[in-house]
Write a protein of this length. Structure first.
Length: 84
């Protein structure tokens, strides 16, 4: 099963996240199939970037979206995963 989830990157107390597509059984720091965007909550204002066209492609292809990524997409891009 393919899942869209956050991948934590960076150093201790200075982290950021990648929004990635990967197999569900792959460990969090494992190799991603595709990088869809970035999320950095430490910056002011918060930096968020998502390739919406690729995100929609993966969701239509059957990829499951994690709760965290669904929440971010809804908050920043106004994308509802349920409507895809």
């Amino acid at each position: 099963m393919v899942v869209i989830r956050l991948q934590r990157r960076g150093a201790k107390k200075d982290y950021h996240h990648r929004i990635v597509v990967m197999e569900k059984t792959t460990r969090q720091q494992g190799r991603a199939m595709e990088i869809l965007g970035h999320y950095n909550p430490a910056l002011e204002p918060v930096r968020y970037e998502l390739k919406e066209d690729r995100f929609k492609h993966w969701v239509k292809s059957g990829a499951q979206v994690s709760e965290a990524v669904a929440s971010l997409a809804k908050r920043f891009n106004k994308i509802s995963v349920a409507s895809l």
